[in-house]
Design a protein around this ligand. Structure first.
Ligand code: NAP
Length: 307
């Protein structure tokens, strides 16, 4: 089969297309798909560059998020058949004509394979982070006003998903983004604010009654300001900054929210959530896809078309 691979860690130029890669097989509890599209995430770049610090069996296929058509069903798997359209997450490289998935959901008919390939990691991470933060829960005392939640990086893949899910849970969401993304956030019911120096003052002007909870979905050292805004490190969660600020963090090691895949896809199909795709790339341009994702300002999901 054709696959994007890298033989050693390094810059995006280590990525290349191989035409004679051995096909994987589903195995117990797993399915295999004929991949139509593969989403690019920060983790893929970290593994490729060596920054993730995990041993990389060479050559390795990058990517974890994919959408396609089931072509093998492993022993013990129920509820899915060959020919079904699904999207999900694989344990080892999905930027290939065939990939094994460990967690998946049915692709709603209203979503394209490209849209669905951009979903798994943002959906799972956003739900996991909001649940840890307790958005929409009952443990935050806020009198008779709506819960106010600040999301740093609200125009990113995870941030945009989290911001809309928090809105769906009834919160007033203030989201940081570069000015070019403010109209998008407004249209989605999120109050935009510029990130960078002076953020706390700008947020206080937008939320004079205070901020209840905050999610750091972008890093860049914003956690101390988020703690100052909420007044309590326990009311801040970061998915991108694991330095010891006292805020809670989540990397998924404590458990994943796989149910999020079907939930977020259903919200998209119902027109209640948007996760735009910024760009698609053919397999031969996988390096450009990684570069755009790495820019930190892709403006939506980055997806590689498999063919
Ligand atoms: N812990 C986990 O389980 C987990 C899972 C997935 C991802 N992550 C991490 O979460 C982060 C976001 O991932 P993603 O896929 O959502 O990335 P993404 O789509 O590339 O989004 C990056 C976001 O960062 C914002 N940003 C860029 N420069 C900034 C700055 N100086 N200050 C504040 N915000 C800035 C961007 O805003 P503009 O576009 O508006 O400039 C954009 O919203 C990454 O660090 C990733 O490694 C963690």
């Amino acid at each position: 089969m054709r696959a994007v691979r890298f033989a050693e860690t390094g810059p995006s130029s280590v990525l290349h297309v191989d035409d004679d890669v051995l096909e994987p097989h589903a195995g117990p509890g797993r399915i295999r798909i004929a991949v139509a599209a593969a989403g690019v995430n920060a983790w893929d770049r970290k593994v490729r560059s060596g920054l993730a610090g995990i041993p990389v069996p060479a050559p390795r296929i990058p990517g974890g998020d994919a959408a396609g058509v089931v072509d093998e069903v492993g022993d013990g798997v129920t509820g899915v058949s060959v020919g079904d359209e699904v999207f999900g997450i694989g344990p080892a490289g999905v930027t290939a004509q065939h990939a094994v998935l460990t967690h998946w959901a049915a692709k709603p008919g209203g979503l394209s394979f490209v849209q669905a390939a951009g979903l798994p990691t943002p959906a799972e991470t956003a739900v996991r982070a909001l649940d840890l933060l307790g958005v929409g829960g009952t443990d935050v005392h806020r009198g008779d006003r709506r819960e106010t939640v600040v999301i740093s990086g609200a125009a990113g893949g995870v941030g945009l998903t989290a911001a809309q899910l928090a809105r769906e849970r009834g919160a007033h969401v203030i989201g940081t983004a570069s000015p070019a993304r403010h109209d998008l956030l407004r249209a989605l019911g999120i109050t935009p604010v510029a990130y960078g120096a002076g953020l706390a003052g700008r947020v206080r002007a937008l939320a004079p009654d205070g901020v209840d909870l905050a999610l750091d979905a972008a890093g860049h050292g914003v956690v101390p300001e988020l703690i100052a805004l909420t007044g309590d490190a326990a009311h801040v969660v970061s998915i991108a900054d694991f330095s010891a600020h006292g805020a809670r963090t989540t990397d998924g090691g404590e458990g994943r929210s796989w149910h999020a895949l079907a939930e977020v896809a259903a919200l998209i199909e119902a027109g209640r959530l948007e996760l735009p795709v910024a760009s698609t790339f053919p397999m031969a341009e996988a390096a450009a896809a990684h570069d755009l994702s790495e820019s930190g300002h892709a403006g939506g999901r980055v997806v590689i078309l498999i063919g």
